[in-house]
Write a protein that binds this ligand. Structure first.
Ligand SMILES: O=P(O)(O)OC[C@@]1(O)O[C@H](CO)[C@@H](O)[C@@H]1O
Length: 394
């Protein structure tokens, strides 16, 4: 990135930064919740207690020895390399993005997710994800698709886009310390929706990559958007990128995609029809699923590996969902808010549009008078998920 485009990385130790609360409040609560979520055995409870202690003491310990009981993980060497110069320091003294990713990796280690024991592959966030997926709130949201189907085409398209955008507000990680539920849609601070549709409508249908964020109440409307793109001939194929392992509480994994498709296909009305179409699209290869290891790497997309670069370069459009993908897309830095989105994403190998509700300090592409006025309002608009953006470049 050119020097002129540089800005300080977001760290937890910056007074007033949102990140500090994540380490001081959210992570201890989360370890305690995971501890209660499943009937963990004494070894796992001890490991979770040790992680809680590590978080409270505020010192990042290394991952366990590769030859130890938890040492079967495929990614020890990668984390040792990424963690050089960081592990051993305070959680708040290294970049926020890096430390949060490391926390989730350590949480999986503590639950035995990568071990040889009975907890191997068991999603510690599974109970919360399942409760959300089978909630009456989801019943209501799926039933609303029947009304959406009666709307004129343009309204319907706008609706599926906004549904996917505001679905990002329903994030179980954010809900840990947020007050109130997802609530109704809030305010858009950037609306490049017209750009998104023109990238899809003004050329022959191509490949669309969707970088998913949360499962459940976010993934379901994402799937509805994907169905719209395929069904209306706006995309020849869609590649849905999810996480290879549980991450940031509710991030979608392949198992979550399967559960969501079953939920959709088993629903009455338009939701069921949508689920059946997507199920067939998956079988026909028009909807592909990827779980690339880089999706859980503590790195910005500017560091993406060659195979991902080639994938995005061959896409007509990449849609990124959510706050974390946004942080990774533009760089998790204290940018001046008017920094152009096109400049900080110039490395990205194709057209890209971010659908994000604002849940952390990073922000670009918002004129200074607009951000100053919102700051002056006294509302925590940058971090509470009340505001959102559809922000892109061709
Ligand atoms: O990517 P998502 O699900 O929209 O948001 C992830 C998030 O909840 O986690 C981080 C704090 O832990 C913040 O970046 C953000 O608020």
């Amino acid at each position: 990135m050119p020097e002129a485009m540089d800005a300080p990385e977001i760290m937890g130790n910056v007074p007033g930064a949102y990140a500090l609360g994540v380490f001081r409040e959210r992570h201890p609560i989360l370890v305690r919740q995971v501890r209660e979520a499943l009937p963990y055995t004494p070894d796992r409870l001890r490991a979770l207690d040790a992680l809680l202690d590590e978080v409270v003491r505020d010192v990042m310990e290394p991952l366990h020895d590769p030859d130890g009981p938890d040492g079967t993980a495929h990614d020890h060497a990668a984390w040792a390399a990424w963690g050089r110069g960081k592990i051993g320091r305070r959680w708040v003294d290294v970049p926020f993005l890096w430390a949060e990713s490391y926390f989730y990796r350590k949480l999986l280690e503590a639950t035995g997710y990568f071990g040889d024991g009975p907890w191997r592959g068991v999603d510690p966030f599974g109970p919360a994800k399942q409760a959300e997926l089978h909630s009456t709130a989801v019943d209501d949201e799926l039933a609303a698709l029947d009304h959406a189907a009666t709307l004129p085409e343009d309204e319907r398209a706008a609706g599926v886009l906004l549904g996917s955008l505001w679905g990002n507000r329903a994030d179980l990680s954010h809900a840990i310390t947020a007050t109130g539920g997802p609530g109704p849609a809030g305010e858009l601070v950037v609306d490049d929706g017209a750009l998104l549709w023109s990238l899809l409508r003004d050329r022959a249908p191509g490949k669309v990559c969707v970088l998913a964020d949360n499962a459940g109440r976010e993934l379901l409307p994402d799937l509805v958007l994907i169905d719209h793109l395929l069904d209306r001939g706006l995309a020849a194929e869609v590649v849905l990128h999810v996480k290879p392992q549980p991450y940031f509480v509710s991030d979608a994994t392949p198992a979550d995609v399967a559960a969501s498709l079953r939920r959709l296909a088993g629903a009455p009305g338009q939701a069921g029809k949508t689920g059946e179409r997507l199920w067939r699209a998956m079988g026909a290869g028009r909807l592909a699923l990827r779980a690339h290891p880089f999706s859980c790497a503590p790195l910005p997309y500017s560091d993406m590996p060659d195979d991902l670069r080639e994938e995005f370069a061959s896409a007509a459009l990449t849609i990124t969902k959510g706050d974390l993908n946004y942080r990774r897309l533009v760089g998790d830095r204290f940018w001046p808010s008017a920094t152009p989105f096109a400049a900080v994403t110039s490395y990205f190998p194709g057209p890209v549009v971010a659908l994000r509700t604002l849940k952390s300090d990073v922000l670009v592409g918002v004129d200074e008078p607009v951000s100053a006025a919102l700051d002056a309002s006294g509302r925590s608009w940058r971090t509470s998920g009340t505001h959102a953006m559809i922000q892109g470049r061709a």
